[in-house]
Design a protein around this ligand. Structure first.
Ligand code: C2E
Ligand code: MG
Ligand code: MG
Ligand code: MG
Length: 283
């Protein structure tokens, strides 16, 4: 009987797995169509100065508007885009659009414009030969100064080694900022801080979630500030949702904060409404 049940379980498992793969393949094909059909858009979430809430930069986050399924979150489709290689042309579109957007805001709003944008870049893009040249071209085409752009990469992507570190050094040589995203969740190695030309660490949301009350996470978050201060790196805490978390992070010495407490990711229209209202500040 146990064997029967076991067999049954595998059958169910196989069916689910197959469905999953079928959906992936379908989504992969639909991603490709969406890229040609203008099915993606970008939203922007402020990274704010901890003391006054002023926008230090805006992180670019991609959205996929699926004709039947509605808006699909990047956590679902980036993975598929990476596997199918579509992340390369999609990522190129994201980079060019974000650079143009940042340059446009600087033209129109001057000193009141967001000072910089951050763009997430996946491991697959970093491995692509000529990636740094493509970024230089995107900046040039947009007329955006390199120091107005930061690329966000995960520790795991950097850890993969190979040409990735060379690419990051080439980007840093251009004057583009490098941020280590989701710090503390991947193949965290402090050795990475010696070899990777990052100026910024982004403490992952999972630490911020339990930052209050002397937790293990708060001890690690505090130790990271010692390291970033000592190495003259910037520390950003991501996913800040409550005033208590913000207060705890400020006390620890985090100079930059990001999260729903300050602002959700915003469409360009909403960003501009904020800029017109004369405050680059979080609500
Ligand atoms: P990430 O780069 O770590 O981005 C932070 C994610 O947390 C975003 O989700 C953001 O909307 C969300 N977030 C920000 N503040 C809060 C908060 O206070 N509470 C909660 N619950 N969530 C918050 P999103 O936009 O769904 O993106 C998820 C991930 O997908 C990103 O994580 C990034 O790894 C990836 N991604 C997004 N856009 C791009 C892109 O253009 N290119 C690539 N390669 N990856 C992207
Ligand atoms: Mg990010
Ligand atoms: Mg992040
Ligand atoms: Mg994260």
């Amino acid at each position: 009987a146990a064997k029967e049940r076991g067999k049954g379980r595998y059958a169910v498992y196989d069916a689910e797995l197959e469905q999953h793969h079928a959906l992936d393949a379908q989504l992969g094909a639909e991603l490709r169509q969406a890229l040609d059909a203008g099915g993606f858009s970008l939203v922007y979430q402020p990274i704010v100065h901890a003391p006054d809430g002023e926008w230090a930069s805006l992180e670019t986050l991609v959205r996929w508007h699926h004709p039947e399924r509605g808006t699909i979150p990047p956590d679902t489709f980036i993975r598929i885009a990476e596997r199918t290689g579509l992340i390369v042309p999609l990522g190129d579109w994201i980079m060019r659009t974000a650079c143009r957007q940042a340059a446009d805001w600087l033209d129109r709003f001057g000193d009141a414009a967001p000072p910089a944008v951050a763009v997430n870049v996946s491991a697959r893009q970093l491995r692509e030969p000529g990636f740094a040249v493509d970024v230089a071209q995107a900046l040039h085409a947009a007329g955006l100064a390199p120091d107005r752009l930061t690329v966000e990469v995960t520790e795991t992507a950097v850890f993969e080694g190979g040409s990735t570190l060379d690419t990051l050094h080439a980007l840093a040589d251009l004057g583009v900022g490098i941020a280590l995203d989701d710090f503390g969740t991947g193949h965290s190695s402090l050795g990475l801080l010696r070899t990777c030309p990052a100026q910024t660490l982004k403490l992952d949301k999972s630490f911020v979630d339990s930052i209050c009350g002397g937790s293990q996470e708060s001890v690690i978050a505090a130790a990271l500030i010692q390291i970033t201060d000592g190495l003259h790196l910037d520390a950003v805490a991501e996913g800040v949702e409550t005033a208590e978390q913000a207060a705890a992070l400020r006390r620890l010495g985090y100079r930059y904060l990001q999260g729903y407490l300050f602002a959700r990711p915003m469409t360009p229209d909403l960003v501009e409404a904020r800029l017109h209202a004369g405050h680059r500040q979080a609500a």
